[in-house]
Design a protein around this ligand. Structure first.
Ligand SMILES: Cc1ncc(COP(=O)(O)O)c(C=O)c1O
Length: 373
């Protein structure tokens, strides 16, 4: 673990770089906005912790009404459970016996559920639960258009649900119907159409499960790009949005839905960088390359500085161009980068440097950094 790059009370100019910055006012505003949007009686938020990887932020979400957290990995579930989070869904398939044994062990301190999309996965989960003398809750993952994991809607999902319900060591928890590809469809009408089709497939599956005598406690799905449509569908009762707490440059490229009068979420996550070279006119180089900021969903933006374009990333260098009529940034100048993709950017740091009005007010560990097992 690296030493924290700042101390409480420091100004932005005193923080060592590159550093992962959270604007506390923006984070709290995003969490409050989501909590206000959700009709708490009918639809729960199970915020996705793959974004923040932090029990601190998980507890902030739970304090605002979230039912619990989603994670993608058993190691993330462990980091949250050891940080006091008591309701965790692994929104993913877990099939290896050693991982299932770790997950079953967590049921002694938290409500734990996982997804399955195969009979073999269900049998492996049942063996782990039996060996640990516990019960695991299993949701059937349904492919509602994302074309990643998940069985087809309808009959295939019913067959798996029946296998879960028939096991003395498992509990059927419902379905996960998450459409990942829909989240970043830029055109709002196309994004909505994908979400509506996903909700229809989920509803048809829920109906067939009902006819087979199985009720879904959880009908889960949704991300930051579609959750308003998923909410309006009346089908989902648990939303799994994650990125909304921080946002990123990729989500900023989604055109806003004209029907949604609510203001968007604010950018709350940044990578603070320093200009380390101004080698030629019109060029500046910062100390944050792709080891500090994820570029899988596009290059970062330079916050509040439209005249600067981050044009290429190497391991430890970020090259910026400066538009002609503007002065180049000074050597040593601090620049806030808006990451292209928030989740993997967070994974590059051990510490959140939490700021309020340009002063450091906290250092929070990224507890599930590197939790990929
Ligand atoms: C299963 C699942 N649910 C929810 C999410 C959250 O999506 P977002 O961070 O876009 O809100 C993801 C993100 O990849 C996911 O894989």
């Amino acid at each position: 673990m690296q030493a924290p790059p700042a101390k409480p009370g420091m100004t932005i100019g005193e923080i060592d770089t590159p550093a992962l910055i959270v604007d506390l006012d923006a984070l709290e505003s995003n969490l409050d906005r989501m909590s206000a949007i959700l009709d708490k009686g009918r639809v729960r938020l199970r915020a996705h912790a793959k974004t923040h990887k932090s029990p601190v932020i998980a507890h902030m979400q739970i304090a605002r009404g979230a039912a619990g957290q989603c994670v993608q990995k058993v190691a993330e579930a462990e980091a949250l459970a050891f940080g006091g989070v008591r309701d965790i869904l692994v929104s993913n398939e877990v099939v290896c016996p050693q991982k299932l044994a770790r997950l079953a062990a967590l049921t002694h301190i938290a409500n734990v559920a996982l997804c399955a999309d195969s009979l073999a996965g269900i049998e492996a989960a049942a063996s782990a639960a039996r060996d640990a003398q516990t019960t695991l809750t299993v949701l059937v993952e349904v492919n509602v258009g994302g074309e990643r994991c998940g069985v087809s809607p309808g009959g295939e999902a019913v067959a798996l649900a029946q296998a879960i319900a028939a096991s003395p060591h498992l509990r059927f928890g419902g379905i996960q119907a998450y459409h990942g590809r829909a989240q970043h469809v830029r055109d709002p009408a196309e994004r909505k159409a994908a979400a509506v089709a996903a909700a229809r497939a989920a509803a048809m599956t829920v109906e067939q499960l009902k006819q087979a005598g199985l009720s879904c406690e959880t009908i889960g799905g949704a991300g930051t790009g579609t959750f308003m449509h998923d909410l309006e569908s009346g089908v989902y009762n648990e939303l799994q949005a994650g990125s909304y707490c921080f946002m990123d440059a990729d989500y900023a490229r989604n055109s806003p839905d004209p029907d949604d009068a609510r203001p968007g979420f604010r950018q709350a996550l940044f990578v603070l960088s320093s200009v380390m070279s101004v080698p030629r006119p019109g060029i500046a180089v910062v100390d944050a390359g792709h080891k500090a900021v994820a570029v899988d969903s596009g290059l970062p933006l330079v916050f509040g500085r439209p005249e600067l374009s981050y044009v290429s990333a190497s391991d430890e260098h970020g090259k910026l161009t400066v538009s002609e009529e503007k002065p180049a940034p000074r050597l040593g100048e601090r620049l806030l980068l808006v990451p292209g993709h928030c989740d993997p950017t967070v994974d590059r740091f051990d510490w959140y440097v939490v700021i309020k009005k340009e002063r450091v007010v906290g250092l929070w560990p990224v507890a599930a950094r590197g939790a990929m097992s």
